[in-house]
Every structure is written in structure tokens, then in C-alpha cells.
Design a protein around this ligand. Structure first.
Ligand code: HEC
Ligand code: HEC
Ligand code: HEC
Ligand code: HEC
Length: 156
């Protein structure tokens, strides 16, 4: 009996220790690999200003927001695949918490740029290929909009 109680106490201690360890080692929310388009402005003012002024991508959240009242949450999440930056990849989560990613920003074409924006090292940022565009300008979009972009269009 004594041995049983002892071992159950040991067991309880082990469980508590386990819970404490689990709580303590819970990952702190990882910093986003994305920086947001505004973070590129200080060093690439020309590209940034042209992009904001002429690219529909810079206003792509508006297209979704206008239609949002008529959409289910599932449908809305479907829009995020193409109308925001880095959805499901550490970028956009929802408008309330990540408004800096609520456009099809620089990083949808150039890839996540937080490390590059911090260091200014050109080897840390990518350049798009047609395959990058086709992730969103896919065959069915091209058919329904009757529009297939060229690589150097719609950016800056
Ligand atoms: C602290 C300054 C700084 C910030 C912030 C910054 N960049 Fe750069 N970037 C540079 C420098 C310096 C270069 C190399 C010289 C050049 O091409 O202007 C460069 C080059 C680039 C290149 C060309 C890379 C190549 O292979 O030639 C791209 C694309 C780029 N940046 C995109 C971005 C994007 C997107 C952001 C925002 C997420 C950003 N940059 C933020 C400094 C910066
Ligand atoms: C993350 C998804 C995504 C990627 C990747 C993407 N686009 Fe787009 N693009 C969009 C969306 C969304 C719109 C429409 C925005 C709106 O009107 O709300 C758009 C609009 C455009 C337009 C319309 C005209 C304008 O002024 O914006 C052009 C041109 C274009 N994209 C070119 C490209 C090219 C070239 C690439 C690849 C280098 C590319 N896009 C990659 C989502 C994307
Ligand atoms: C597979 C990628 C993709 C998905 C998913 C997607 N869009 Fe788009 N959307 C685009 C692209 C690309 C364009 C630009 C069309 C073009 O000109 O080629 C666009 C254009 C638009 C436009 C027209 C904007 C204008 O200026 O004419 C609206 C509005 C829009 N999308 C709303 C939505 C909504 C709402 C959803 C979700 C229900 C959604 N989209 C889902 C890629 C997508
Ligand atoms: C629609 C896709 C797209 C978007 C969005 C986009 N770029 Fe680019 N960017 C390109 C393409 C294409 C090139 C040329 C790549 C090449 O030469 O191979 C380029 C080149 C660059 C370069 C290298 C210098 C040059 O002009 O060749 C810089 C810097 C750059 N982009 C910064 C930005 C910044 C900052 C933003 C946001 C404000 C941005 N880009 C948004 C497609 C895009």
C-alpha cells in the first residue's frame, strides 16, 4: 500500500513536471518571414511608389472586403490564397492582426523578405519567374478574365 502511494505521488510529480515543461517549452509565436510592402519603402522608394500608385495588387484587399459580406468564412479563406501576402506561410492571418499583409505585396513575387529587409543583402531576396505568377494567375483565372500577364507587368 505504502509503495503504491509513493509511486502514485512520484507519478503525480512526473505529470506536473511534464505539464510545466510543456507550457514552458511552448513555442513563442515565431517572427514572420514576411516584412510587408511598407518595410521595403525606405530602400526601394521608386518601386514602392509605383507599386502603390499603379498596381491593382496594392488594392487587392479591397476587392475581397467589398465582397466579404456575401461570403462564408470558408469562401473568404479561399480568396486569401491569392488576394493577400503569405497566407498560410507565416504572413497574413486575418485583417485584425496582420493588416500589413492584406495586399498582394512585394513579397508575393519576390518571396518572404524580412531577412533581406533587415540586412539589405541582395542575396537574401528572390526574383519571380512565370511560375510565380501562375500560382495565382492560373489557367482558370486566365480563361475567366481573358487575361494572361507577362512577367514584367503589374509590378513597378
Ligand atoms: C535596408 C535596406 C533595404 C530594405 C528595407 C529592402 N531592401 Fe531590397 N535591396 C537592398 C539593397 C542594398 C539591394 C542591392 C542593391 C539594389 O539592387 O538596389 C537590394 C536589392 C533588392 C532586390 C534585387 C535582388 C537582386 O538579386 O538583384 C530585390 C528584388 C529587393 N531588394 C526586394 C526587396 C523587397 C521586396 C523588400 C521588402 C520586403 C526590400 N527589398 C527591402 C536594400 C533593402
Ligand atoms: C499571390 C497571388 C498573385 C501572384 C503570385 C501574382 N499575382 Fe498578379 N494579381 C493578383 C491579384 C489578386 C490581382 C488582382 C488584384 C485586384 O484587382 O484586386 C492581380 C493583378 C495583376 C495584374 C492586373 C493589372 C494591375 O495593374 O495590377 C497584372 C498585370 C498582374 N497581376 C501581373 C502579375 C505577374 C506578372 C506576376 C508574376 C511575376 C503576378 N501577377 C503574380 C494576384 C497575384
Ligand atoms: C487562384 C487565385 C485567386 C483566387 C482564389 C481569388 N482571386 Fe480574385 N483575382 C485573382 C486574379 C489573378 C485577379 C486579376 C484578374 C486579372 O485581371 O487577370 C483577380 C481579380 C479579382 C477581382 C476584380 C478586381 C478588379 O479590379 O476588377 C475581384 C473583385 C476579386 N478578384 C475578388 C475575389 C474574391 C472575393 C475571391 C474569393 C471568393 C477571389 N477573388 C479569389 C486571383 C484570385
Ligand atoms: C507582380 C510581381 C512583382 C511585385 C508585386 C513586385 N515586384 Fe519587384 N520585380 C518583379 C520583376 C518581374 C522584376 C524583374 C526581375 C528580373 O529582372 O529578373 C522585379 C525586380 C525588382 C527589383 C530589382 C531592380 C529592378 O528593378 O530590376 C527590386 C529592387 C524590386 N523588384 C523591388 C520590389 C518592391 C520593393 C516591391 C513592392 C513595392 C516589388 N518589387 C513588387 C516583380 C514584382
Amino acid at each position: 500500500m505504502f509503495r503504491f502511494r509513493l509511486s502514485s505521488k512520484v507519478c503525480l510529480v512526473a505529470v506536473i513536471a511534464g505539464v510545466v515543461t510543456a507550457v514552458v517549452s511552448m513555442p513563442v509565436q515565431a517572427a514572420s518571414p514576411y516584412a510587408g510592402s511598407a518595410a521595403c519603402q525606405p530602400c526601394h522608394a521608386g518601386e514602392y511608389e509605383k507599386f502603390q500608385k499603379y498596381s491593382k495588387k496594392a488594392k487587392s484587399w479591397k476587392s475581397v472586403a467589398t465582397m466579404a459580406p456575401k461570403l462564408t468564412q470558408d469562401e473568404l479563406r479561399g480568396c486569401y490564397e491569392c488576394h493577400v501576402t503569405g497566407y498560410g506561410k507565416g504572413g497574413f492571418v486575418e485583417y485584425a492582426t496582420t493588416p500589413q499583409f492584406a495586399d498582394v505585396g512585394c513579397e508575393t513575387c519576390h518571396g518572404p523578405g524580412a531577412a533581406h529587409a533587415e540586412a539589405g543583402d541582395p542575396s537574401l531576396i528572390g526574383k519571380p519567374t512565370m511560375a510565380t505568377c501562375e500560382g495565382c494567375h492560373n489557367e482558370s483565372r486566365v480563361r475567366s478574365f481573358g487575361f494572361k500577364p507577362l512577367l514584367h507587368s503589374g509590378a513597378h
